[in-house]
Write a protein that binds this ligand. Structure first.
Ligand SMILES: [Cu+2]
Length: 164
């Protein structure tokens, strides 16, 4: 076998070193573009509650849909085995909806495919997520954290209605 010259070795080294710099730089750029450009953010803790006292704790003492402005709504949602309260949400098309949600018992999930809602409902913790419904139709709400024997029945729907 022929021995590689110093220059060839230098090129090989360069071929490994450059991507090892370019890849993290590319990943950082992708992170910044999605975080600030596309507005994607990781849901974080939006507050703490005592899961045993949800019935007396604002806003979970009145679960349901509240209009907060023209085409903006807040959904106060509680997950518990094996239901969402409310489990049917009606909003007009084009609405911005903020889900303020928590769990009464074990860890549940709040997942609305097609609506960019995907958070965990953790007892003691308030999850807050904002989305907009731009299409008339029904969106399925699913619990996507295994929460017991009837986990698969835990669901609901968002009904997006045409504006009259
Ligand atoms: Cu569940």
């Amino acid at each position: 076998m022929r021995q590689g010259s110093g220059f060839t070795i230098y090129l090989y080294e360069l071929a490994w070193i450059l991507p090892s710099i370019a890849i993290p730089v590319g990943m950082l750029a992708a992170l910044l573009v999605t975080a600030f450009g596309a507005g994607i953010h990781v849901p974080s803790v939006a507050g703490r509650v005592d899961p045993a006292k949800l019935a007396e704790t604002v806003p979970f003492d009145t679960p349901g849909v509240v209009q907060t402005g023209p085409l903006s709504y807040e959904v106060r949602l509680v997950g518990q085995i094996w239901v969402f309260t409310p489990n049917e949400i009606r909003v007009p098309v084009g609405s911005t909806v903020v889900f303020v949600a928590t769990s009464r018992d074990v860890i549940h999930g709040l997942f609305i495919p097609g609506a960019n809602v995907n958070v965990m409902l953790i007892p003691g913790q308030v999850s807050r997520v904002k989305t907009r419904f731009d299409r008339v139709g029904e969106f399925f709400i699913a619990c996507h954290e295994y929460c017991g024997i009837a986990h698969h029945t835990m669901g609901g729907k968002v009904i997006v209605e045409p504006r009259s």
